[in-house]
Design a protein around this ligand. Structure first.
Ligand code: FRU
Length: 705
């Protein structure tokens, strides 16, 4: 009764308020981003069409009009004049048959302005906008075009708008315009998606880049009219190949601003298989060339081979000895009793790569049906990290490596649904001198029901796999796309600021998921290599307060309180690099979104020993909705020529985005702190940190006007 009464009051109240300031009133819930785009309500994932047209930035996005988890995929729509203030628009493409009998969903794609009316969709001089997207068909059906699709098929379709993007008509006469993947891959019709289209001036053709998700391949198609497409080439697999490849994008950029040296960048989403130390989704980039038909990677942009463990490593288990697991000191159970390390792949398994030496643990013994566990001998934790190579299934309950202390699981890791092993590390500094065992578990019999493990070792440094260039090193930047329609050589990208690992569980109501800040991207030569550099777009200025809290110290030891600074902030922090302390941790940084008692806090800092930027969100607020969420993330970042480290940190009501150096290292993380978490503090461990400068500015809500 009371609830009903309250609900009624709320309804009446909202009605009245709406007239005054509808958007602001609704954009002040706990965790509601104040300057990152979110839909008013419901679920959002990928940006699915970023188009600048007639002075308006369009943002189309994957949207579920019916709830706060993935489903009924439609194209939501928002517009902006400055990439900062957004206006919600009506749904652009609503799942066909929504809500009761959905026959087609509109998955990720992109949109262009067909200025020469190559498609013929335009009339009376009106420029048609054309979107290409993946049609997902839940059922087998015969389509109006006469084409037939199978259940769960993904095929590529187009739609057009004759009113500058406000309403859209699907091209039912011929959709899908690319029905099946090409012959050698025709069995991949369930995993063929996410067309990124653009105009290639030199060849006067439209290009569509698509992904064959499971095969880690991009397919490049060309067209004269956006309707008839011909396969031109394929690219991949290269570099990071965890999980699936999705949401590809390729675009040109001049190197160091020289118009005579243009390179192309391929951005590719991976899920799972993101940056080292993260779990779930991530985005890599490859620098290369595109000639109108094929993309080729620069030789110095390809990574191969497995990085050895850090030089101070003590090898605990390399599985090189001849004999059974029991002979090597491991206690097997189930089907692993009597078994031995593998020398690569077992019969019927795809090639296994990335292990060191000749042998590894590979539980695909009799296929995925094999189950069992392997438990190590007890050992004493004596160094800061436990490093190991892991591949295979991505299932924390059933295909995992666990660290157990007193019989309790205290750390876990999995593969990324990939046969390539890569380094993972557990920071065990808080467990020094404890007795532990490592348990390798395979209790899964389905797809990816196996695990690959090798080279378990102890070290004071984290082991790293150099398998890719990462667009962003944090866990919450995915499915990034660059704007179409900007002047040549100008690129602005936006990513989905969430992760498939826990995206459906984040504690936000009544919306779920935000977009990253729009980032201007460029290529700069850093350490002899063309490197992607990202900075927030300039229009930013308009919502960042001119007044700043400025503090500087020639030397900082321990902590400096900055008081209550707020929840939406731009922070510029610089300090001198230093030699790491001989013992103990040697870090410097800033604590943000802290409660007065520091029980909730997010640490953004730099580790002088490993030369890494980090964000620690392990006690950042509500972290309990997913076991993998509370964690620390690391990214390489070198000091500049003057020996300084520079960080630009963007804090919002539920995120922290860091741009390190010139923007060559970025890290994006979601956080869910309480409303009282407005405090900030500088911290320094080990010897003192020199030449510290901090400037903090408040950022106002973009929903205020
Ligand atoms: C990536 C993705 C795309 C797909 C879309 C569906 O996040 O899985 O590959 O088109 O989401 O919503």
């Amino acid at each position: 009764m009371l609830i009903m009464f309250n609900a009624l009051l709320l309804l009446l109240g909202l009605g009245a308020f709406q007239a005054v300031s509808a958007e602001k009133a609704r954009y002040n819930e706990l965790y509601r981003p104040q300057y990152h785009f979110t839909p008013l309500k419901n679920w959002m994932n990928d940006p699915t069409g970023l188009l600048y047209h007639k002075g308006i930035y369009h943002l189309f996005y994957q949207y579920n009009p019916g709830g706060t988890t993935w489903g009924a995929m439609s194209w939501g729509h928002a517009t902006s004049r400055d990439l900062t203030h957004w206006k919600q628009q009506p749904i652009a493409l609503l799942a066909r048959g929504y809500p009761d009998n959905i026959t087609e969903m509109f998955f990720t794609g992109s949109a262009v302005a067909d200025v020469d009316n190559t498609s013929g969709f335009g009339h009376s001089g009106q420029t048609p906008l054309v979107a290409m997207y993946t049609s997902y068909y839940p059922y087998a059906q015969n389509l109006p075009s006469g084409k037939t699709v199978q259940a769960n098929q993904q095929a590529q379709s187009i739609a057009y708008s004759l009113d500058d993007g406000m309403t859209w008509t699907t091209y039912d006469a011929a959709n899908p315009v690319i029905l099946d993947p090409p012959a050698p891959y025709s069995d991949q019709f369930l995993n063929f998606r996410d067309p990124a289209i653009f105009w290639h001036k030199p060849t006067k053709k439209w290009i569509a880049v698509l992904s064959l998700a499971q095969l880690h391949k991009l397919l490049i198609y060309t067209s004269k009219d956006l309707k008839n497409w011909a396969l031109a080439s394929e690219f991949g697999p290269v570099n990071a190949v965890g999980g699936v490849w999705e949401c590809p994008n390729i675009f040109p950029l001049s190197v160091d601003g020289h118009n005579d040296n243009v390179k192309w960048v391929a951005m590719i989403g991976l899920n799972p298989g993101g940056p080292p130390g993260t779990v779930g989704s991530g985005t890599q980039y490859v620098v290369g060339n595109f000639n109108g038909t094929s993309f080729t990677a620069d030789a110095d942009g390809l990574f191969s081979g497995t990085t050895p463990p850090p030089s101070d490593s003590i090898i605990f288990a390399d599985f090189e000895g001849v004999g059974t697991f029991a002979d090597l000191g491991w206690t097997p159970t189930g089907d692993l009793i009597g078994q031995s390390p593998a020398t690569g792949a077992w019969p019927g398994q795809n090639p296994v790569t990335g292990y060191l030496g000749k042998r590894l643990v590979n539980t695909f013994v009799n296929g995925d049906a094999t189950t069992g566990t392997l438990t190590s001998k007890f050992f004493n934790i004596s160094m800061r990290y436990i490093n190991f190579l892991v591949g295979g299934g991505h299932d924390f309950n059933n295909t995992a490596v666990h660290l157990k202390v007193d019989g309790q699981i205290v750390r876990s890791a999995t593969g990324t649904n990939s046969e390539t092993l890569s380094w993972q590390s557990w920071d065990v500094s808080s467990l020094l001198n404890r007795t532990a065992v490592i348990e390798i578990v395979d209790t899964s019999t389905g797809g990816w029901g196996h695990i690959n493990v090798d080279e378990i070792s102890f070290s004071n440094s984290m082991a790293r796999s150099q398998v890719a260039n990462w667009v962003d090193w944090g866990p919450d930047f995915y499915a990034a796309q660059a704007y179409r329609g900007l002047s040549s050589d100008e690129q602005v990208a936006i990513g989905w600021m969430n992760n498939w690992e826990y995206g459906g569980l984040i504690p936000t109501i009544p919306w779920r998921s935000a977009m990253s800040l729009p980032r201007r991207v460029s290529l700069k030569t850093i350490n002899g290599k063309a490197t992607l550099v990202q900075v927030p777009t300039e229009n930013w200025g308009s919502i960042v307060s001119r007044k700043a809290l400025k503090r500087s110290w020639s030397s900082v030891k321990e902590t400096k309180s900055l008081g209550s600074v707020g929840k939406a902030l731009q922070i510029e922090l610089s300090f001198s690099d230093r030699e790491p302390a001989a013992v103990g941790s040697s870090q410097f940084g800033i604590i943000v979104r802290a409660t007065p008692d520091l029980k909730q806090q997010t640490r953004v800092g730099y580790d002088f020993a490993t030369k890494e930027l980090f964000i620690d969100r392990s006690i950042s607020g509500n972290v309990s909705f997913d076991g993998t969420f509370p964690d620390t993330y690391y990214a390489p970042l070198a000091a500049n020529a003057k020996g300084q480290i520079k960080l630009r940190i963007y804090v919002d009501w539920s995120s922290v985005e860091v741009f390190g150096g010139q923007g060559e290292t970025t890290m994006t993380t979601q956080i869910f702190p309480s409303d009282r978490a407005t405090f900030a503090e500088i911290f320094s461990t080990g010897v003192s940190t020199q030449n510290v400068q901090v400037e903090i500015r408040k950022i106002s809500s973009t929903w205020d006007d």
